[in-house]
Design a protein around this ligand. Structure first.
Ligand SMILES: *Cc1c(COP(=O)(O)O)cnc(C)c1O
Length: 354
């Protein structure tokens, strides 16, 4: 089965004449700009925010391209990677006709975005050890399956999917394989962006929300073959990344060695937390993690979750998710926060009779 991009793009998207914004029709230097109905008098806060931002984020893309050894035309920048998830569904899936495949337990947005777009979701659960079940995937895929979402490192299980398995799926599948690498900076496994040359149907998602510590700025990335990125650019809202966001991300990229340092500290803190958590009698299992959280199986997850809430500590109760029964997902905090968690857990251990 060969991959043919043209044949899987929605016809309305293929034929779309994209919105032409003032700033995309003219993007050079000029003496006077009277083309975009901006407020030429300025804003209360100055800083040039009265002007529309660069719709294609050229400067930011050049920096990201340089760091990742890619072309700027292999990069889409979105309002969080959640925007890329929505767009990839809209580009390839005809509502009520096509479907996407997910591998639960996994990130909830794939399913929600599909539902918003009236696109059916097929499922191929992960195996007991949270790896991709290739046979189940082969069984679940049909002629209308346009996308397979693979999250690696996976949320909420924390582990990476095997690289060779992902690539095998990408080479067998005639649709798009979306690999969500939101947590890649906490993992030793190499990013799949190195494989984009060999796999024209691969889309790799990354985000500034996790290791970069910039969840509030809302910037995410999709890396792919130029022809796929062209489609993203066609359907994206004209000014989807604000000027403020572009500036903040450029400033952060200048300090990227600090980010690598923080990610390494979080990984160390994660393993310290694992060692201590293991000693509690009510902790049944702590899963391996390549991310900034631990998935922890306990005796009574919902009871413990409520207890922690009462102690004003919020973790994520994942116990009603298939294969995550009695599991809590605990984000790695600052040392002081993790200490507060551990103290609360000690109190809990004393209070429950087992
Ligand atoms: C947190 C997370 C994201 C990030 O989404 P943004 O919209 O970029 O904040 C993406 N994918 C997964 C699996 C996540 O856990």
């Amino acid at each position: 089965m060969g991959f043919d991009l043209e044949s899987i793009v929605r016809e309305n998207v293929r034929n779309l004449v994209p919105y032409s914004s003032a700033r995309s029709e003219f993007s050079g230097d000029a003496r006077v700009f009277l083309d975009a109905n901006e407020n030429s008098f300025g804003s209360p806060v100055g800083r040039g925010y009265n002007r529309y931002p660069d719709p294609v984020q050229s400067k930011l893309k050049e920096i990201i391209a340089d760091i990742n050894d890619l072309g700027t035309n292999n990069i889409f920048i979105g309002n969080g990677s959640d925007e890329a998830i929505d767009l990839v569904i809209r580009i390839f899936c005809r509502p009520r006709i096509d479907n996407v495949l997910i591998c639960p337990p996994t990130y909830g947005m794939y399913e929600v975005s599909a539902a918003i777009n009236d696109v059916e979701v097929k499922r191929a659960n992960l195996t007991r050890d949270f790896q991709l079940d290739v046979d189940a995937i082969k069984t679940a895929v049909d002629v209308n399956t346009r996308l397979i979402f693979i999250c690696s490192p996976n949320n909420p299980t924390g582990n990476c999917m095997r690289r060779n398995t992902i690539l095998r799926i990408a080479s067998l599948f005639r649709g798009i394989v979306v690999v969500d690498e939101a947590y890649t900076h906490f993992s030793k496994q190499q990013s799949l962006i190195d494989e984009l040359d060999r796999f024209p149907n691969l889309v790799v998602l990354q985000t500034f929300s996790k290791a970069w510590g910039l969840a509030g700025v809302r910037v995410g990335l999709a890396f792919a073959d130029k022809r796929i990125i062209d489609l993203f650019n066609k359907v994206k809202p004209p000014y989807n990344v604000s000027q403020v966001a572009q500036e903040v991300i450029i400033a952060a990229l200048e300090k990227r060695s600090e980010v690598a340092q923080t990610a390494a500290e979080i990984v160390m803190e994660r393993e310290v937390l694992r060692t201590v958590l293991r000693r509690f009698t009510f902790v049944k299992k702590i899963y391996p993690s390549d991310a900034n959280f631990l998935l922890v199986k306990v005796t009574n997850a919902t009871e413990l979750y409520k207890y922690l809430l009462n102690e004003q500590i919020v973790v994520r109760d994942r116990s009603n998710i298939e294969l995550c029964e009695d599991c809590l997902r605990i984000t790695i905090g600052k040392t002081s926060e993790d200490r507060a968690l551990l103290q609360a857990l000690k109190k809990y251990e004393k209070s429950v009779v087992h």
